[in-house]
Ligand binder design. Structure first.
Ligand SMILES: [Zn+2]
Length: 327
């Protein structure tokens, strides 16, 4: 596109007659889910930092009345000398009025391990969480697949689903995913080094990339199912979210979203659509529906390369950032 065209198009937008008519009010809905509790980087954060991060994150969410389900990896509770404080951090989610779900004990991928091992990891992941929710007369009713890995073949996928149903779980799909875990890793390092310039750059790109992903997912989902379904957002428990989730919620509000409970989102018939997706790589449910319909998803926004490069750099130099994606 030429510079001249770039200049003309905004003018057309400004003076278009549509600007003067009443645009239909958008009523978009989204359920917020947060994975990898008590913290994505729990193995590197002392319990006091996890408590501080959790307090900040939950205070914003409670003040803004956002219904949230948090998904737990109980393995992260077992650090010698810190078990009680880590369990308390988990308990805070319930104290603040949120719900907890299971994300397996050790964040195990169904695509990398035998079904039996994975099922054992699901069961092991229930111990503390089930006790905490039972104390509040609540139920452990949601499950989120680590890495979104739902099985490499359809037989495994269906057997795992039947297993989850038998144990009383509803699978929590996702439709909005801006890979916040990747921004969170390099943010953690920049925060530790008091590098405010880099923190600002990370936050700017984290917000911009999420906005682009939201726009893409809205278009894709409407194209595939004929309307914009109730969306489900995937985030991760991190200092990036604790410090900046308020700005991300504003991005969603600007796009016309209101925040609904996961249970409400799951009532959308879109989550009962045929879904035969299998693959080595876990992905969101909009991709599941597209691939089930024989369509190849195209036009996804490009993830900022510098964030990937910076993550690799940190992994090589210090091992501070996890080598594994933190889905
Ligand atoms: Zn995860």
């Amino acid at each position: 596109m030429t510079r001249r065209l770039l200049f003309v198009i905004p003018l057309l937008v400004v003076f278009s007659p549509c600007t003067f008519s009443q645009a239909p009010k958008l009523d978009r809905q989204v359920a917020v889910t947060i994975d990898d509790l008590p913290a994505g980087m729990a193995d590197r954060l002392p319990a006091a930092d996890i408590t501080a991060m959790t307090t900040k994150l939950l205070t914003t969410l409670r003040d803004q009345k956002i219904p949230v389900v948090g998904f737990v990896n109980e393995k992260k509770l077992y650090k010698p000398g810190e078990v009680d404080e880590r369990i308390k951090a988990l308990q805070m989610w319930l104290d603040y009025g949120f719900e907890l779900g299971n994300h397996t004990f050790s964040h195990m991928s169904l695509n990398q391990r035998e079904l039996k091992d994975w099922e054992d990891d699901v069961v092991q992941g229930e111990t503390v969480t089930r006790m905490l929710v039972a104390q509040r007369k609540m139920k452990l009713r949601y499950f989120r697949h680590p890495y979104l890995d739902t099985g490499r073949d359809l037989e495994t996928r269906r057997k795992a689903e039947e297993f989850l149903t038998r144990r009383g779980y509803r699978i929590a799909p996702i439709t909005l995913d801006g890979w916040d875990w990747a921004f969170a890793g390099i943010y953690e390092d920049a925060k530790k080094r008091n590098d405010t310039a880099m923190q600002q750059q990370i936050v700017k790109d984290y917000l911009a990339y999420h906005d682009a992903v939201f726009a893409y997912s809205e278009q894709q989902s409407a194209k595939l199912v004929g309307y914009e379904p109730k969306q489900i957002l995937l985030l991760h428990a991190s200092n990036l979210e604790a410090d900046h989730i308020g700005e991300l919620l504003d991005v969603l509000r600007k796009r016309g979203y209101r925040f609904i409970p996961l249970q409400d989102a799951l009532s959308d018939p879109v989550y009962s659509l045929p879904d035969t997706y299998v693959g080595e790589e876990g992905t969101g449910w909009i991709d599941h529906w597209a691939i089930t319909q024989g369509k190849i998803p195209q036009g996804a926004p490009v993830f900022p390369q510098w964030v990937i490069d910076r993550s690799k750099e940190l992994r090589l130099s210090t091992g501070q950032v996890s080598a594994e994606p933190q889905y």
